[in-house]
Design a protein around this ligand. Structure first.
Ligand SMILES: [Zn+2]
Length: 389
C-alpha cells in the first residue's frame, strides 16, 4: 500500500503521495543527438522540433490539471550569437553561429509559452546541456562526471547567460526549478555548494537522482533534502529511455517526480502528438484515482506534499487524526497547503484544528480531497469528529 492511511470510525484518511511531471530537454530546435560529433546530447529525435511539440505538452497539462515543469535548454534560442563569449557554452566556441535556428519559429514559440505559462513552467536545464573544455564536449554543463562542480565563476556565467536567453526571447522571470543536466550534481557542502549559487538566482527547487550526485553530506531523507534554502527532491529513474520517441506509458517505481524527456511524448508526425500524450494522461489519471496518490497541481504543491508525505507523523490520538509536521523544515519550498484524501460511506461533520480548509473536491469515486493550510507557526493539525468515538 502506498499513501499513509488511517481508519477511524468507518472513515479512511490518507495523506497521499504526490505525482508530478517534469519534462527534460525541452527547447532544442534540432532533433538529432549530436553527441557522436562533439555536439550536445539532444533528444535523438527524427525531425526538427516545432510549435506542435509545445502544444502537446499543454494538452497533457490540461488533461492532468497540472502546471507541468519543462526543463529547458535555451542555447538554440540565442538570437545574437552572444554565446560565443560564454566559456564552454557551445561546441563552436568563439565561432558560435546559431543562424540555422534563428527564424520566425522563435517568436511563435516564445509567444506560445508566454500565453500558456499557467500550464507549462520553465525550469533551468542548461544552455547546451554539456560543457566544452578546450573545444571538447564533456558531460555536463555545471558538474563534471565525477560530480565535481565547475568553478563558481563558470557556473554563474552560465546561469547569467540563461537569464540573457530568457530576456532575448521574452520568456519571463528566472525559473524557480533547476534540473541538473545528465544528473551530474553535488550536495552537502553548504556555502560552497551549487545550491548557494542557485539560490542567489532565485532557484528554490531542484530535482535530481541523489545516488548519482556527489554527496559531501548525507541527505536529510533518502528522497528529500535541503541546503541553503533550496529543497531537493529525488527524481527517480525515468520510466522510459531518454531517446525513446513516442513512448508507451509505463511507471517504474512510486516516486513523486516522474521525469520524462520531450521526445518520449512526441510523434514523428507532429499532427499525431496528441495520441502519445493522451495515453500518458489516461495512465496517470488512473494512477491518481483512489486514496494513495494525488496529481500535484504544480511543482510547489508537489514539494510541499512530498515533505508532508515523507516527513510528517500521521497518527491516531484518542478519537482524532493527527498530522504532525514537526519534522518538516520551515522553508517556503516545503510549507503551505497540503492535501488529505478522505473516504467514508456517509459525509460527517469534522473539526480541523491547526489548519484552515482552503479547498475541497469530491471525485467520481466519492473520495473527498481536502486542501489544508496550516495556521502560522502551527505544526500539528488535528481532525476530530464526535462520531469517531
Ligand atoms: Zn537533459
Amino acid at each position: 500500500m502506498n499513501g499513509k492511511q488511517l481508519s477511524l470510525g468507518g472513515t479512511v484518511f490518507s495523506l497521499p503521495q504526490p505525482i508530478f511531471l517534469v519534462i527534460e530537454d525541452v527547447g532544442w530546435w534540432q532533433g538529432y543527438d549530436g553527441s557522436v560529433k562533439n555536439e550536445p546530447f539532444r533528444n535523438g529525435f527524427c525531425r526538427r522540433h516545432c510549435l506542435d511539440d509545445y502544444r502537446a505538452l499543454t494538452r497533457l497539462a490540461k488533461r492532468l490539471s497540472m502546471r507541468i515543469a519543462i526543463g529547458m535548454v535555451l542555447g538554440e534560442w540565442d538570437r545574437t550569437n552572444f554565446l560565443k563569449v560564454v566559456t564552454g557554452a557551445t561546441w563552436m566556441g568563439e565561432a558560435w553561429d546559431n543562424r540555422i535556428n534563428q527564424g520566425p519559429w522563435l517568436e511563435a514559440a516564445a509567444q506560445y509559452l508566454c500565453a500558456h505559462r499557467q500550464f507549462l513552467e520553465i525550469a533551468v536545464h542548461g544552455i547546451c546541456h554539456e560543457f566544452w573544455q578546450n573545444g571538447q564536449m564533456e558531460r555536463s554543463e555545471f558538474h563534471d562526471e565525477s560530480g565535481q562542480m565547475r568553478s563558481e565563476a563558470i557556473v554563474r556565467r552560465h546561469l547569467e547567460a540563461y537569464a540573457t536567453l530568457l530576456a532575448q526571447n521574452g520568456l519571463g522571470d528566472y525559473p524557480r526549478l533547476f534540473i541538473p543536466p545528465a544528473l551530474f550534481h553535488s550536495f552537502g557542502n553548504g556555502r560552497e555548494s551549487i545550491q548557494a549559487t542557485l539560490k542567489s538566482f532565485g532557484i528554490e527547487y531542484i530535482t535530481t537522482r541523489f545516488s548519482k550526485a556527489r554527496l559531501y553530506a548525507v541527505p536529510q531523507h533518502p528522497r528529500l533534502a535541503w541546503e541553503c534554502g533550496v529543497g531537493l527532491l529525488e527524481r527517480g529513474l525515468s520510466p522510459v529511455s531518454w531517446d525513446m520517441a513516442a513512448a508507451a506509458p509505463i511507471l517504474l517505481d512510486d516516486n513523486p517526480v516522474i521525469a520524462l524527456h520531450w521526445g518520449n511524448l512526441l510523434h514523428p508526425d507532429p499532427d499525431q502528438n496528441h495520441e502519445i500524450v493522451d495515453r500518458w494522461a489516461d495512465m496517470l489519471t488512473a494512477k491518481a484515482a483512489g486514496l494513495d496518490f494525488i496529481l500535484a497541481e504544480d511543482l510547489a504543491a508537489c514539494w510541499r506534499q512530498a515533505a508532508a508525505y515523507f516527513l510528517a507523523d500521521f497518527r491516531q490520538e484518542a478519537n482524532s487524526i493527527i498530522i504532525d509536521l514537526k519534522a518538516v523544515p520551515k522553508l517556503p519550498c516545503f510549507t503551505g497547503v497540503i492535501a488529505l484524501k478522505i473516504k467514508e460511506a456517509q459525509a460527517k461533520t469534522r473539526h480541523f484544528n491547526g489548519a484552515k480548509i482552503v479547498g475541497q473536491i469530491t471525485g467520481e469515486d466519492a473520495i473527498a480531497t481536502i486542501f489544508l493550510l496550516p495556521e502560522p507557526h502551527q505544526i500539528k493539525i488535528e481532525i476530530s469528529n464526535p462520531d469517531y468515538s
